[in-house]
Design a protein around this ligand. Structure first.
Ligand code: IMO
Ligand code: MG
Length: 483
């Protein structure tokens, strides 16, 4: 552009990328933005003129892709072996992660799976809700079994589950009657409610007697008004709670720190960090089958908030997919098998809640759900578990779409009413014999298992990196190394 005297007043920038690309003529601001973006991608050079290796970010998030109980415990434990730091980022004692160590089963509820390895740092992040009495109990139980828990770090910012949270969880469920959520009654929902309402108590509050009393007493008075006035139940006495919680605070004091610095320092210094999700995608507060959900964010984005890391710190996201579907608690479940097949899978797989002992509802694998989960968390690969439980069946079915009022849906519906009315569209697969847990090659799997796995990859568009062939760590087929 020129002024009246013919002088140029605006310069246009001419960018040529490769001889094969069309040159671009852009006004300076746009050119500047593009050049900055290009320059930021150019690797710095050393004095010798060679490009430096890109920054390593071995941070991996493990996410349940269904309604929880996908076998995250087994997968997290397998990956924890190679990790330096293992971080829980959400949920609370509602989780039940089963880890098999040397043939012995260990149930973890609040502690990250890394705790079974004495040389790892195991972090309870700020996004977790901690019941201090249960945590102390879990640590003591592990110590009695000969485990060293000194690698534990607890976020000072994590919120506390208080005795009134457990009571209110039960009273709220009672009030909902037939429409109850079927919670684990661990007080998880009410604790997250108080966090959002800014009346929660945090782990740091346990470490100072005066602060704890000051914060606790007015909140308890308010809760007692609800418990007594609204529900007509006995109010809670403050002193026994104060005494017990402060005792827990003393026990936990040396483990408490600001874990977001710890986790970010670990990532920056090239340590391998594993973020271990609890529950599953369809229990996510925003993206799950609301209102039949938990009160936190199990999806990969939850790791950013619940551990205090930037999204660009995450390198890989592993979606854990159980070879069938299960659900504890109420709510719609399109592929549910309310028949002898469902019962036999439940018995074979010991599909009973690790936290509440409730029988889990069982159904065929539903890839509409897994595809949705892959999108929400950006799965980079899948870990498929419990194929062994489906062995020796004549036919194994997999849902890949739903039918609703004559229409075929490939996307997961956002309304539970629609979900209730959906009919799964199945593809049938021939069954397979017992799975060889020592198989170390994809080609070593039975052809029917291979077709089943290939269909999962095709329908989700995500490659499988891990196939669990049994409960033990050694019973794992790795198709692509994660760490
Ligand atoms: P892991 O980590 C399966 C379910 C409950 C209920 C709903 C809300 O072992 O996979 P809550 O107590 O969280 O308020 O209950 O969420 N739920 C789980 N289901 N596995 C879990 O954990 C679960 N944690 C909560 O059954 O339907
Ligand atoms: Mg569980």
């Amino acid at each position: 552009m020129k002024d009246q005297q013919g002088r140029r007043t605006q310069y246009w920038c001419h960018i040529e990328f490769k001889p094969s690309c069309k040159p671009l003529s852009l006004p300076p601001p746009a050119a500047y933005v593009i050049l900055r973006a290009v320059v930021s991608q150019v690797r710095p050079h050393t004095r010798e003129g060679r490009a430096q290796a890109p920054e390593i970010m071995p941070a991996v998030v493990v996410v349940g892709s269904q309604w929880g109980d996908e076998g995250k415990g087994k997968v997290s434990d397998y990956l924890a072996f190679d990790a330096d730091v293992v971080v829980r980022y959400q949920g609370g004692p509602n989780a039940g992660h089963t880890v098999v160590v040397d043939g012995h089963e260990i149930q973890l509820h609040l502690l990250p799976t890394g705790i079974v390895y004495p040389d790892k740092i195991s972090v309870i992040g700020n996004g977790v809700v901690v019941d201090p009495e249960l945590l102390v109990q879990e640590m003591e139980d592990l110590k009695k079994k000969g485990h060293d828990v000194r690698g534990l770090r607890i976020s000072s910012r994590a919120h506390l589950i208080m005795p009134y949270h457990r009571i209110l969880d039960a009273l709220q469920e009672e009030g909902l009657g037939a429409r109850k959520i079927g919670t684990t009654l661990k007080g998880v929902g009410p604790a997250y409610m108080d966090k959002s309402a800014r009346v929660g108590l945090r782990v740091a509050d346990l470490l100072d007697k005066e602060t704890f009393r000051d914060r606790f007493l007015p909140v308890l008075a308010d809760k007692n008004r609800v418990i007594q006035g609204f529900y007509g139940r006995e109010p809670l006495e403050p002193e026994p709670i104060i005494e017990s919680y402060l005792r827990c605070g003393e026990y936990l004091r040396d483990y408490v720190t600001d874990t977001s610095y710890l986790v970010n320092d670990a990532i920056r210094s090239g340590k391998k960090v594993l973020f271990e999700g609890a529950q599953g995608t369809l229990l996510d507060l925003d993206h799950g089958t609301y209102p039949y959900v938990t009160s936190s964010h199990p999806i990969a984005g939850g790791a950013c908030i619940g551990a205090g890391i930037g999204p660009n710190r995450i390198d890989k996201v592993i979606g854990v997919v159980k070879a069938f579907t299960s659900r504890v608690g109420d709510g719609p479940f399109p592929t549910e098998l309310r028949n002898a097949i469902g019962d036999s899978v439940r018995e074979r797989g010991h599909e009973y809640g690790a936290t509440t002992g409730r029988p889990r509802r069982i159904g065929w694998l539903d890839l509409v759900i897994v595809r949705y989960a892959a999108m929400l968390s950006g799965f980079t690969s899948l870990a498929v578990t419990r194929l062994d439980i489906l062995s020796n069946m004549d036919v194994v079915k997999v849902a890949y779409a739903y039918k609703h009022k004559g229409k075929v849906l490939r996307e997961f519906p956002d309304s539970y009413k629609v979900l209730e009315e959906c009919e799964p569209v199945y593809r049938d697969f021939p069954g397979w014999p017992d799975i060889d847990p020592s198989c170390r090659e994809f080609s070593g799997l039975h052809p029917n298992v291979r077709s089943y796995l290939e269909f999962i990859q095709e329908e989700t568009g995500v490659p499988i990196s891990i196939v669990s062939l049994g409960r033990e760590r050694s019973e794992t087929l790795v198709l692509e190394k994660v760490f």
